[in-house]
Design a protein around this ligand. Structure first.
Ligand code: PXG
Length: 442
């Protein structure tokens, strides 16, 4: 399939997200079709998907069971209101989801994106403390380099300067844990760095600074995704859990990337054996096919808010027109079934050692200064060009696209997170293209 190359005029009206619009429109990269592990470009080339779209198409592309479920649902019932009305799908989907979630996180609030999941979780945390008579707990603690989407809540707890700096107005009192990663001691770790858990102790200092009675929740990515793939040190999350427990602070894991098999388990929480109070998800929930997110809440939180209100009163003043949209729900049910039928989370776990060896074979490739991996995720960090930060990785991304491989770059890091259906031969192909790309990138 080949489409005519669009002219700059055709591209003007669409204001693209997180994109250098003028640079892109001068040399557009467009996908027009997708199947399994590949995209087709507008000029008819096949591109191997090294990033599961944007970390979301965990079952691969164009999977028949999901496609058919969406088609069937669209024909049967396009939309149903979700306030004071329902349809059977989300009840069923929530039941399937809590079979996968860690023990006691048995309630699911649906959203339409990761950003909405984050803001929903922050609001649930506030509502929980209020319901318990601790309304003074209003502050949130995130972490430097954290990415929690683009809502005002998410950018307030987020720790990426670039995502925050254009927007002055943020949640009052949000503070941040220091970043835990130290390349000198943790560089080239295979999987979890074995040292560095004590970085979590900084939470004690923040609690002392703010006083526990003012802090509602701590939110972290169990594995740092967007900022460049940084795996938390062994024991770090457990320490955060202990400190939160000691001070009555809720712990939120933002699993928008790590949820639904990326690390080889349904959730990073189960993978690392640390139970948060709330989990935010999106992306892989329905394999990226229809916008959808979900927040998983501990029974204690749900019950405090829901059972604490009079029976005829709305308990949580929150929700979206498209909460539990029938198409998203149908896609979710089909994706979860596909994950199960093909045992895709286990497949990711089984492939992880092969993936690890493949990525670490880049240690001697040109420009490489660090390599990080866990599950089916990898980050290759390049030496920045003097005075031109980020340009080398960006050039590598453009070259990779030309050579038939989709990667993501963030700063100096090439991030990889293929669909969980990738084969060993495709892993070899991916890294072989990338090796050529790095050789060709000055
Ligand atoms: N939390 C986390 C941990 C995320 O990774 C969001 C929240 C926001 O999700 P939405 O659906 O509102 O975009 C994300 C999103 C990248 C990349 O390449 C990462 C995300 C989105 C787009 C690109 O690193 N993460």
């Amino acid at each position: 399939m080949s489409n005519p190359t669009p002219t700059p005029n055709d591209l003007e009206a669409y204001w693209m997200p997180f994109t250098a619009n003028r640079q892109f429109k001068a040399a557009p990269r467009l996908f027009v079709a997708a199947k399994d592990m590949h995209y087709t470009t507008h000029d008819g080339r096949q591109v191997l998907d090294g990033t599961a779209g944007l970390w979301c198409c965990n079952a691969g592309h164009g999977r028949r069971p999901i496609v058919e479920a969406i088609q069937k649902q669209a024909a049967e019932m396009d939309y149903a209101p979700s306030f004071q009305m329902g349809h059977p799908g989300p009840f069923e989907l929530a039941n399937r989801l809590v079979e996968l979630s860690p023990a006691d996180l048995n309630h699911v609030f649906f959203t339409n994106s990761g950003s909405e999941s984050v803001d929903t979780a922050l609001k649930i945390a506030l509502a929980y403390h209020k319901a318990k008579g601790e309304g003074s707990r209003t502050k949130f603690i995130g972490r430097e380099k954290g990415y929690h989407g683009v809502g005002f809540g998410g950018i307030s707890v987020g720790g990426l300067g670039t995502v925050r700096k254009q927007f002055a107005s943020q949640l009052p009192g949000a503070d941040h844990l220091p970043f835990f990663y130290n390349r000198a001691t943790m560089g080239f770790s295979k999987g979890e760095p074995q040292t560095g858990a004590e970085a979590a102790d900084a939470l004690e200092s923040l609690v002392t600074l703010h006083d526990a009675s003012t802090i509602a929740a701590v939110i972290v990515e169990p594995m740092v995704g967007s900022a460049g793939v940084y795996v938390t040190p062994k024991g770090y999350l457990k320490r955060l859990r202990e400190i939160c427990d000691k001070h009555g602070i809720l712990l939120i894991f933002d699993e928008v990337i790590t949820g639904f098999g990326r690390l080889g388990s349904a959730f990073a929480a189960t993978h690392y054996g640390v139970q948060p109070d709330l989990i935010t998800t999106a992306k892989g929930l329905n394999s990226g096919t229809v916008p959808m997110g979900a927040v998983f809440a501990h029974d204690r939180i749900h019950d405090a808010i829901v059972n604490g209100a009079p029976e005829n009163s709305i308990e949580l003043f929150h929700g979206y027109t498209y909460t539990a949209h029938p198409l998203a729900v149908a896609a979710g049910l089909a994706a979860l079934k596909l994950y199960k039928d093909e045992d895709l989370f286990k497949r990711a776990a089984d492939l992880a050692p092969y993936w690890q060896e493949a990525i670490h074979s880049f240690k001697d490739a040109p420009h490489v200064v660090d390599i990080r991996n866990t599950g089916l995720v990898g980050g290759i960090e390049l030496e920045p060009r003097p005075g031109k930060p980020g340009t080398r990785a960006y050039d590598a991304f453009v070259k990779a696209y030309a050579k038939g491989l989709l990667v993501r770059t963030t700063g100096e890091v090439i991030a990889l997170s293929p669909p969980l259906i990738i084969s060993k031969a495709q892993i070899d192909e991916l890294f072989s293209i990338l090796r050529d790309v790095l050789k060709d990138t000055p």
